[in-house]
Design a protein around this ligand. Structure first.
Ligand code: ADP
Ligand code: MG
Length: 659
């Protein structure tokens, strides 16, 4: 239903509502308050002078306005409360005077001056407190809209739209949980008068939202299983052949995951598998195995990485192992038009077996001969759409995702609920755990000493700062650290910098020089975060470490300890050192992710790209995990039912996310 059907909404307010993402009455009535203000009647006998107080009563005397210069004014009137009288004084509300006639019910918020028996008010609202409290919904607003006007639009919308507001809960579930229908629920959520009732109604909306989401996830999972994918015939011998190409023995977990992948590839269903494993656990080689088997079955593979550096590294590593067996190409944005054209042609006519690249792989002009396997590395870096685009390039290709961001159990269910998950826990043999030390800002001298010891051993060091330039003088930046490091080490050692504002060619060049041990210290922002491998780098020093989530720090720490030398991670911070100590205690990415999640919520875990896929209007994870679990079980049950009511609702939910 269109917004202009609502009384009071004209073109101007419509534009303002659009700004808030409200485009129709449906959006309007489900525009939930961001919080509630609770006005609870204070007992004036007990309050202190500093306390914020709330009382209600009737205006007892006509307000008197005093005007000062500079437009300042002050208004005074007497208020008759249930049990006594009090003076009210408020600045700059002269405009309210005409509405404050004698006998008007008002709620006054402010501070109480006992000796003068006056309330110095900060706000006056019309109306009265219920039995004991008034609950006011507070909305996120934009200039030109008031809390009051938006609430009145919403209420009109609920009245107008009433029973037609889509309700995604089947009746049997509403009965099971004693949930109300949608319009009653919305009415309470926007006009609450009782806290308990309000909480229950919010819970009902959260449940509905998560139920709908889990119906979708479970439906997709079922659908994937039914769809016909490529059925290959990979044998034990093929697997052994692959093992023999490798310079090292795979870990038990790597072998287990390869077997899981082979089972998927040999079955008729489409593979939709996530391989998660801590940084350095060796996920890449597992994806190489899948691409090798895919080629044996005659199909093309594509591997998409989030950065050119990483794509290039994968390309070089893969060539070392499979070069004389397969035709492998690298497609990145920095290639010339001519080079790209050649690759496009070879992809289309099937000459290329494996293509590795950044999202250049999903550009429209890229066509494949017979894409049978799609792999996304560091998959949390890509949004769902980018992943789907690559998948759509094939007929029904198998899909493999790799992620070094361990997903807390809570999130695995939602984010990856439609995937099968393989986990690599075991680290390759001979890995020496990285030693982690938390240091305070003022201990910088001792940090420089540790760095010097490391440089003398001809090892390399990463230095990480949260900023590029000195935008905020309280935070370390790449540029000011360059000055400091040059002062300390510049005469003997070679220092370079890396950050996101540099162009790709330059970034690659810097990274390559560091990789080839031509520079000793690399000062960088978190752009080095993902997957890059420099075995001779044995120390990472992270400035203002408290600015980063624990998972990010853990990822950064994973940049060192990739060779066979003892490595150190130094976390420098002004405050919050306690939080950082979790990293001193454990190197288990899953434990760290859970902690991070508890402390900072999901935002930090997935980066902005992911957040769009995961935002709920009212549910909050992990707080609402219990509701999510219930909703998930109910969604599964719901999908199995086939009475008419259920079928209709199922179709409605599915239609909603199909288009
Ligand atoms: P990640 O899981 O973080 O993507 P990589 O796949 O990049 O880790 O592997 C990290 C390093 O460990 C690479 O240099 C890789 O060659 C090496 N590696 C992988 N598996 C093994 C193994 N089983 N034994 C020894 N080294 C391994
Ligand atoms: Mg990796």
């Amino acid at each position: 239903m269109e917004l202009k059907m609502v009384k009071g909404i004209g073109p101007k307010s419509e534009a303002l509502l659009n700004k808030l993402g409200i485009n129709n009455v449906d959006d309007l009535v489900t525009y939930y308050p961001i919080r509630y203000e609770i006005y609870k009647r204070s007992n004036l006998d007990e309050v202190t002078a500093e306390e914020r107080i709330v009382i209600d009563g009737k205006v007892e005397s006509t307000p008197i306005v005093l005007r000062f210069n500079k437009g300042l004014n002050k208004m005074n009137f007497r208020l008759k409360m249930k049990d006594g009288m009090v003076g009210v004084s408020i600045f700059n509300r002269a405009f309210m005077k005409s509405n404050l006639t004698i006998g008007t019910n008002v709620i006054v918020i402010g501070k109480f001056d006992k000796t003068k028996n006056i309330i110095n008010a900060s706000d006056i609202k019309f109306g009265y407190l219920g039995l004991e409290a008034k609950i006011e919904p507070i909305y996120h607003l934009t200039t030109g809209l008031t809390n009051k006007s938006i609430l009145s639009y919403i209420n009109y919308g609920i009245m107008l739209y009433g029973k037609d507001i889509p309700d995604f809960l089947p009746n049997y579930l509403k009965e099971r949980y004693h949930f109300s229908n949608k319009s009653i629920t919305l009415n309470v959520v926007h006009n609450p008068d009782d806290n308990k009732k309000l909480e229950f109604m919010i819970k009902r909306l959260k449940y509905e939202e998560l139920f709908k989401f889990m119906v979708k996830i479970n439906y997709l999972k079922e659908k994937n299983k039914k769809e016909n994918g490529l059925k290959r015939n990979i044998t034990e011998n093929n697997i052994k052949e692959f093992y023999q190409l490798l310079p090292f023995e795979l870990t038990g977990d790597q072998k287990k995951v390869i077997n899981e992948i082979v089972d998927d590839m040999n079955s008729k269903k489409i593979m939709n598998r996530l391989v998660q494993g801590d940084v350095g656990s060796g996920k890449t080689i597992v994806s190489f195995a899948a691409m090798y088997f895919n080629k044996l079955s005659g199909y093309q593979s594509a591997l998409m990485a989030p950065t050119e550096i990483l794509a290039t590294q994968h390309y070089n590593n893969l060539k070392k192992i499979l070069d004389n067996k397969l035709n492998i190409r690298l497609l990145i944005g920095s290639l010339t038009k001519k080079e790209k054209k050649k690759i496009y042609d070879e992809l289309e006519n099937g000459q290329i077996d494996i293509i590795i690249g950044t999202h250049a792989l999903i550009q429209e002009d890229v066509k494949y001969f017979n894409l049978g396997l799609v792999i996304t590395d560091e998959q949390h870096r890509f949004g769902v759409n980018q992943r789907t685009n690559l998948k759509n390039k094939g007929i029904s290709p198998d899909v493999l995702y790799m992620s070094a961001t361990p997903i807390p159990r809570t999130f695995a269910l939602t984010l990856y609920g439609d995937m099968d998950v393989s986990t690599i826990k075991e680290m390759p043999k001979g890995r020496i755990p990285v030693k982690t030390i938390v240091k305070k800002d003022e201990e910088i001298a001792s940090v420089l000493e540790l760095m010097y010891e490391e440089l003398k051993l001809k090892h390399q060091i990463y230095v990480i700062a949260p900023l590029i330039e000195g935008e905020d003088e309280n935070l370390a930046s790449v540029n000011n650290l360059l000055d400091k490091m040059t002062l300390a080490f510049g005469s003997k050692y070679c220092i370079s910098i890396l950050h996101g504002k540099m162009n790709n060619a330059l970034k690659d060049d810097v990274m390559l020089k560091f990789k080839n041990n031509e520079t000793d210290i690399l000062i960088s922002t978190t752009v080095i975060e993902v997957g890059v491998d420099v075995p001779n780098a044995s120390m990472i020093v992270i400035f203002d470490a408290n600015r980063f989530g624990l998972s990010t720090l853990h990822q950064l720490r994973g940049r060192v300890g990739r060779g066979n030398i003892v490595s150190t991670c130094i976390l420098i911070s002004k405050n919050e050192t306690e939080r950082l100590r979790i990293l001193e205690k454990t190197s288990d990415g899953f434990i760290i992710a859970e902690e991070d999640f508890k402390l900072r919520g999901s935002g930090d875990l997935f980066g902005t790209k992911q957040s769009g896929d995961m935002t709920f209007k009212i549910a909050k994870l992990p707080d609402d995990y219990k509701i999510l679990t219930a909703a998930n079980n109910d969604a599964k049950e719901f999908l199995k039912m086939n009475d008419i009511e259920t079928m209709k609702l199922k179709q409605t939910i599915i239609n909603e996310f199909d288009n």
